[in-house]
Design a protein around this ligand. Structure first.
Ligand SMILES: [Fe+2]
Length: 492
């Protein structure tokens, strides 16, 4: 039996495939095939790519939430009622698949399964914080395997719509003129430039004074452009980041009180806030965040629930394959001469971060490199780029937070010990979003080892390889377009 998990119909459609042994055969995003960022619709090319990895004919389909429950919540929240048919949710793909039976699972349960069943833990406390699925917006779970190896989940506590930390962050994203459900990460980056001048005002205006973790208004409809008039957007960003962190601390405290385990599995879209993630180690000894903790990752969660057991997690290179060996020597040559080079090789990353297979890499030393990479990426100049570093040297250059002695999926920030030497990868507050690479035999590992041998520098600048306004490069044709547009070599 193969288990195909599907996330589609809202945003960030994705498909994951697990086989009967628990191997993850494929996990990929629709947007990478359709070239529409955050595409909510399943894409035929994605489906064909995913199913090409299936070796046996038996397939079970699993969907990442309960459509009827979600339709009820949408009706309750004033969004109107839309009959949740598979034809509407899956589009033409439903007919293409032969109108199969599709099993459905709770939205937060899928988040929990995506985290717990890919973790190395035998038992864990699971915390899910997102904007909204069906009704739950925050949930705490006790997860373990029974004596037959079946994953068991017990919900210990939950918070329901409209009280949502994710919706708070999205409302403020819209307030500063950014795109909600897309550009929350930019708001997070802006926070370091501001002061928390409006924290108290925000708390007084938005929080329920009588019940912790509840809000005084429905932030699903936003706060309006006249909320905090004349406030500097950087100060708004700083204030909401701090407010969100205080709320997340409240959830962490609750989870410690309710759950038995010292292992934390953390998921939901809010788990992408790598600034807030630095404090997880204050509460838990061991931490696992599946590298795609948002709704696209729920396709893997749905497939995990179908399979029912611990799956064999290796790494997040699970998407479209550009065959061939990792072009270590060619990349190295370009880095030594041009300082900047693209890589599109092997299987694409499942998740929002480029981790070496669809990356734009650069020499991180010196002051000119940030502007050069920014010219290509054409993004806000205040935003820094991330370093990718040999894991054994991470502590020499960065103060890794407790619980994150390694950061293989770029999920936390760490203070840089030598910011003057690496200005391109250090934020204004002196931190970096670090990716550490273990001795795992990967192409990016071999490249970093050779780069270190030749330069005595154990890290590179790493940013996603994408044409402006488009999702990450997926196939060689995308890489060729990137080369033509920007005049930067992309090696395969
Ligand atoms: Fe979610």
């Amino acid at each position: 039996m193969n288990y195909v998990g599907i996330s589609a119909g809202f945003h960030d459609a994705a498909v994951s495939v697990i086989d009967q042994r628990g191997d993850i055969l494929f996990a990929g995003h629709s947007e990478r095939y359709s070239k529409q960022k955050h595409d909510q619709n399943l894409c035929a090319d994605l489906m064909i790519d995913a199913l090409s990895h299936v070796k046996f004919p038996e397939i079970e389909y699993h969907y990442y939430e309960r459509p009827w429950l979600k339709a009820m919540r949408q009706f309750y929240s004033g969004e109107g009622f839309r009959w949740p048919t598979w034809n509407r949710l899956l589009g033409p793909t439903y007919d293409f698949l032969g109108k199969p039976t599709i099993h459905t699972h709770g939205h937060h349960l899928c988040h929990a399964a995506a985290g717990f069943q890919t973790s190395s833990f035998e038992e864990a406390t699971v915390i899910i914080i997102d904007a909204i699925g069906e009704f739950d917006t925050v949930s705490i779970w006790d997860a373990q395997y029974d004596n037959r190896g079946r994953a068991q989940y017990k919900k210990l506590w939950s918070q329901q719509y409209p009280h949502s930390i994710g919706l708070l962050y999205s409302a403020m994203t819209a307030r500063v003129g950014l795109k909600p459900l897309d550009e929350e990460y930019i708001l997070m980056g802006m926070a370091a430039y501001g002061e928390p001048k409006y924290l108290r005002e925000m708390q007084q205006a938005l929080l329920n004074p009588h019940e912790k973790l509840k809000f005084a208004q429905n932030l699903h409809v936003g706060v309006g452009d006249d909320f905090l008039p004349n406030a500097d957007p950087m100060d708004i960003a700083c204030s909401v980041q701090l407010m969100a962190e205080q709320l997340i601390r409240n959830v962490l405290g609750r989870a410690r009180g309710k759950g038995r385990s010292r292992n934390l599995v953390y998921g939901g879209g809010v788990a992408l806030n790598c600034v807030a993630n630095r404090m997880l180690g204050d509460y838990y000894e061991r931490i696992w965040i599946m590298p795609n903790p948002g709704d696209a990752g729920n396709s893997l969660g749905a497939a995990c629930l179908g399979y029912g057991r611990k799956v064999a997690w290796g790494n997040s290179f699970l998407g479209h394959d550009i065959p061939g060996d990792y072009p270590v020597n060619t990349v190295l040559d370009h880095l030594l001469t041009d300082k900047i080079v693209g890589v599109a090789s092997g299987r694409a990353e499942f998740g929002p971060r480029a981790l070496g297979n669809r990356s734009l890499l650069a020499d991180p030393r010196g002051y000119s490199i940030k502007n050069r990479v920014n010219e290509i990426k054409r993004r806000q100049k205040f935003r820094p780029f991330a370093p990718v570093i040999l894991e054994e040297y991470a502590a020499d250059y960065f103060e890794m937070p407790y619980g994150f002695e390694n950061s293989r999926y770029m999920q936390t920030i760490a203070a840089c010990h030598k910011p003057e030497s690496f200005p391109a990868i250090v934020h204004v507050d002196g931190t970096s979003r670090v990716q550490t690479v273990p001795k795992d035999g990967s192409g990016i590992r071999e490249l970093l080892e050779k780069w270190y041998f030749m330069t005595n520098c154990p890290m590179l600048l790493n940013t996603s390889l994408n044409i402006r306004g488009e999702p990450m490069v997926n196939d060689r044709a995308d890489a060729d377009r990137f080369e033509r547009l920007y005049g930067v070599k992309v090696c395969s």
